[in-house]
Design a protein around this ligand. Structure first.
Ligand SMILES: Cc1cc2nc3c(=O)[nH]c(=O)nc-3n(C[C@H](O)[C@H](O)[C@H](O)COP(=O)(O)OP(=O)(O)OC[C@H]3O[C@@H](n4cnc5c(N)ncnc54)[C@H](O)[C@@H]3O)c2cc1C
Length: 445
């Protein structure tokens, strides 16, 4: 009797807590070691997509009903790293404390997601906490795999090698560029999906420009070894880039994949993807590595993932294909478009609408067209602004030929876009340029 009385009291206490906090409840299991929390909307990952969606969900369901799980103290605007690697911006200017970008009132759970159980609507974090949710937004980004190249990451301890893809190695690119005297400057593109597929070659154009400015270009042999069979996936921009490559005497080798770095001898080994078993060894004075990339570890083998490990979402409405209360945004998804922050912006507006509909038991109606964008930096003052959709068709905002190198686009990339990111996208106020495109094309696009 006493036990059942206690149990009734406990249930009553839980009920009172629920009434006081409609969607957030925390019950502490006796012993005090483990705690359990519940949120109406739980966001996994506090990068571009995670913070943008936290801000949007805060407006929809109230800050106290939203939580974001993110382990990092710092949030970085990664697109700036292209310019950091070329010495045009500082790495410090690319980051802000995570505490300052998590929308006020939204709970920041400073831990990493260890396990997702979509059948029970729960997530377990690295510190053993179990969190349950009504709606889940997965925004875990992708994982860099430097270790899949033999000799890395140790080779980064040697001079002459850098990578714009990580905050730890981006300044090493700038050091390698400044210290370059003569020889081969080599740039790689891996045999996996990547984020910002233009970034591996942007740093090549910037390095070329830097060497011209500093009088070293005549002593440099610039080589771009890419696993891809093309220079860029969209023909209109690829044609423009091939012209630049020819004009500036940059050597492009297609279907070459970096597999080993022998930093003590300054050698990079590439496999020729179209001639199995055949390799080429290139001596370098400077090497820029774009690492292999893959889905987040926690998704691999999870019921939420497709066979390759990416979050399996509907490409139109961004809702999970089998779990209707789960949604995805950004690099961790299997959306068949180029993985960029610009794509995240376009996706955030669609996902906002999809979730609204689902919360009201309606059918999602707004469709994502695959919009993505890549400002192809071709020098310290020019950019080709590539914008395109799922069909790799240009989807340009401005009523001018965007495949031309333009100074104004460089200023957009270097000066305007960071503001749009920090004050627009991350606050859930920027959903991509769709409405402006319509306006600029007088409603024709
Ligand atoms: C060098 C470079 C240049 C780029 N240039 C451009 C550009 O010019 N234009 C453009 O639009 N985009 C560019 N991008 C790409 C852009 O930065 C990404 O596509 C974008 O940030 C993706 O957002 P996301 O939210 O999917 O992932 P991210 O912003 O990477 O966020 C993922 C978050 O998930 C967190 N996380 C990971 N695992 C866990 C876990 N287990 N538990 C909890 N949290 C976890 C991470 O800490 C991270 O904060 C560039 C990227 C790089 C690196």
């Amino acid at each position: 009797m006493a036990v059942s009385g206690l149990r009734r009291q406990h249930l009553l206490w839980m009920w009172v807590q629920r009434v006081r906090e409609p969607s957030v409840c925390r019950f502490h299991v006796t012993g005090g070691q483990q705690s359990k929390e519940h949120y109406k909307v739980l966001v996994l990952g506090g990068g571009s997509g995670g913070i943008a969606m936290s801000a949007r969900m805060k407006r929809k369901v109230g800050a106290e009903n939203v939580a974001v799980v993110e382990p990092s103290e710092m949030h970085y605007y990664q697109p700036l790293w292209t310019l950091v690697g070329a010495g045009a911006k500082s790495v410090k200017g690319s980051g802000r404390p995570t505490a300052s970008v998590v929308p006020s009132g939204v709970k920041w759970i400073k831990s990493h997601v260890q396990e997702i159980n979509p059948d029970k609507n729960t997530v377990r974090t690295g510190d053993g906490k179990e969190i349950s949710y009504k709606y889940l937004i997965v925004a875990l980004g992708l994982q860099l795999h430097y270790e899949k190249i033999k000799g890395l990451p140790e080779a980064f301890e040697h001079p002459g090698i850098g990578s714009n893809y990580s905050v730890q190695t981006v300044n090493k690119t700038w050091a390698a560029l400044q210290n370059f005297k003569e020889g081969n400057a080599v740039f790689s593109f891996p045999n996996t999906p990547v984020k910002c597929a233009g970034a591996p070659q942007k740093i090549m154009y910037l390095s070329d420009a830097y060497m011209r400015k500093t009088g070293k270009r005549s002593k440099a042999n610039i080589i771009y070894n890419t696993s891809l069979p093309v220079l860029f996936g969209v023909k209109k921009y690829a044609d423009a880039l091939w012209e630049i490559v020819k004009k500036r005497d940059l050597q492009v080798n297609l279907r070459h994949n970096l597999i080993e770095v022998r930093a003590d001898r300054r050698e990079a080994v590439f496999e020729k993807l179209d001639s199995p078993g055949e390799t080429v060894t290139v001596e370098y004075e400077m090497l820029h590595v774009t690492p292999p990339m893959g889905p987040p570890e926690v998704l691999k083998g999870n019921p939420l993932a497709d066979e390759a490990g990416w979050l399996d979402v509907d490409k139109n409405v961004l809702q999970h294909k089998r779990y209707p209360n789960v949604f995805g945004i950004g690099d961790c998804t299997n959306l068949p478009t180029s993985k960029t922050a610009a794509a995240v912006a376009g996706q955030s507006a669609v996902l906002d609408r999809t979730i609204s509909k689902v919360m009201k038991n309606g059918q999602p109606d707004k469709k994502y067209d695959g919009y993505t964008s890549c400002p192809l930096v071709t020098s310290y003052n020019t950019v080709i602004l590539a914008e395109f959709d799922y069909n790799l068709e240009p989807l340009e905002t401005f009523p001018i030929d965007q495949s031309k190198e333009r100074r104004i686009m460089y200023h957009m990339k270097a000066d305007l876009m960071p503001h749009l990111y920090w004050h627009g996208l991350l606050r859930g106020l920027w959903g991509g340029p769709g409405p402006y495109r319509k306006l600029m094309h007088l409603g024709m696009k």
